[in-house]
Design a protein around this ligand. Structure first.
Ligand code: PLP
Length: 429
């Protein structure tokens, strides 16, 4: 009997390719991928939810402009940068097609993709508190959220988050800008400069002996059910997910403005670095709603931390971590050093992710250096992951569609890297 229970509970690690378990670079083509029209209607989230997120971002545009006048006029978004033909060709290993960079490494205010979710969730919480307190009179501009009566209200509340660094920074920066107390739970081996940057904002940093997952779990336990506190759950937050998903509309607008077609004969491949999965999952979901089967999300993970690959390959019956398959979750890509994927994201994206590609750390450093020297793009190691994957993945596209393909490589962080950190990373490239 005990044996049967064990079998039922054991993750299907036999479905995970041996190369993945051996930390070898792998291209995992998702066998469960299905057409969007059959998948999207059955999901718990849909277009109305993303439209709601876009509307909330718009309501807060006057506030963001007031708080960050030098960097933001309305929307927090990044440029879409075309790369020179020679560099595109190098990235795609001669497969053909064009490459553009969605430059969230230089996202205004925070310089990282996690702001799309983290800032959004802080705004959603602030809006709910303000509504409860009767501060949202009809027609009142949301610029008022920076007024003293709002700040007094927010100052009586705590926002807590567990983070590898960039989510904490995004939540910390926005939370502190509105007057919230902010507590960020991090693994003791998260980057020291990321902890210091948070302390400078006035956030409390709580260090945990375990990894990022342990920090998230500790924060969740400390804050669940507390009336004056909000826990931003990187592993399980619908608000984060929708904040990221709204980015899809930015990309759609930019592609249209650049005259780049997306359709059955012009497929769009979007290469997204993946940690717990929220940021790439949200963006991919938003893009699927817009472009259906013409868009192909490709998630990219470090060879030591392929948590989404492991979860999707093993099946969704129960959570599986990279430790379960003998990997150590040790990578230079600190933002992607996550052992267990978000089940919310895994369930939502199960049939929508085209592939997961794993990359070794030395490739991250190599591409970090190439992008800096050839295009002046300043990345942190996690954010270089898409470049290390796109060329290998492009070889798997049917030969007849390669030339008409557009590859968007999402760079997810790096513009705010301290000079010495960046120099050290360059030296390893
Ligand atoms: C620079 C960078 N890129 C990508 C990611 C991945 O985002 P997610 O953990 O939501 O998958 C992170 C996460 O912190 C990050 O910091």
């Amino acid at each position: 009997m005990a044996g049967i229970v064990e079998m039922q509970n054991s993750p299907r690690v036999d479905r995970i390719p041996v190369a993945v378990k051996q930390a070898c670079p792998t291209i995992w083509i998702n066998p469960a991928v299905a057409d969007s029209a059959s998948v999207l209607p059955d999901l718990a989230l849909g277009k109305a939810d993303v439209d709601g997120a876009v509307a909330r971002w718009q309501r807060f545009a006057p506030l963001l402009t007031r708080l960050f006048p030098e960097e933001v006029s309305g929307r927090i978004d990044s440029p879409l940068i075309p790369l020179a033909a020679g560099l595109s060709d190098t990235i795609l290993c001669g497969a053909g097609g064009r490459v553009l960079v969605k430059a969230d490494h230089a996202l205004p205010v925070t310089g990282c993709i996690k702001a799309r979710g983290g800032v959004y969730e802080v705004l959603a919480y602030a809006e709910a508190l303000a509504a409860q307190a009767g501060l949202l009179a009809e027609g009142r501009s949301y610029a008022a959220f920076a007024d003293p009566e709002f700040r007094d209200l927010f100052g009586r509340h705590i926002i807590a988050v567990g983070s590898t660094g960039n989510l904490g920074f995004s939540v910390g920066l926005m939370g502190r800008a509105l007057g919230f107390a902010v507590e960020v739970h991090m693994s003791h081996d998260a980057k020291a400069w990321k902890k210091e940057r948070l302390r400078e904002l006035g956030a409390r940093v709580v260090e945990h002996r375990g990894d990022y997952g342990a920090a998230v779990a500790a924060a969740r336990n400390a804050y669940s059910g507390r009336g004056n506190a909000h826990f931003v759950d990187d592993e399980d937050s619908v608000e984060l997910f929708l904040g990221y998903a709204a980015a899809a509309l930015d990309l759609e607008r930019q592609l249209a403005a650049a005259g780049i077609p997306v359709g059955p004969v012009h497929p769009l491949f979007v290469h997204l670095p993946c940690g717990v999965g929220g940021a790439p999952g949200g963006v991919a979901f938003g893009l699927k709603l817009l472009f259906g089967d013409s868009v192909h999300p490709v998630f990219v993970e470090p060879v030591a931390s392929p948590c989404m690959l492991v979860q999707l390959a093993a099946g969704l019956e129960r959570p599986v971590s990279v430790y379960d398959v003998g990997l150590d979750n040790r990578t230079a890509a600190d933002g992607l050093a996550v052992a267990s994927a978000s089940m919310l994201v895994a369930r939502t994206l199960e049939k929508l992710v085209r592939a997961v590609v794993t990359v070794p750390d030395d490739a991250l450093y190599r591409w970090l250096k190439i992008l800096w020297t050839e295009a002046g793009i300043r990345l942190e190691p996690s954010a270089a992951a898409g470049f290390a994957a796109a060329g290998r993945f492009a070889q798997t596209i049917p030969a007849e569609t390669r030339a008409a393909a557009t590859h968007v490589i999402w760079t997810t962080g790096g513009a705010h890297l301290p000079a010495e950190e960046f120099e050290a990373a360059l030296a390893r490239g």
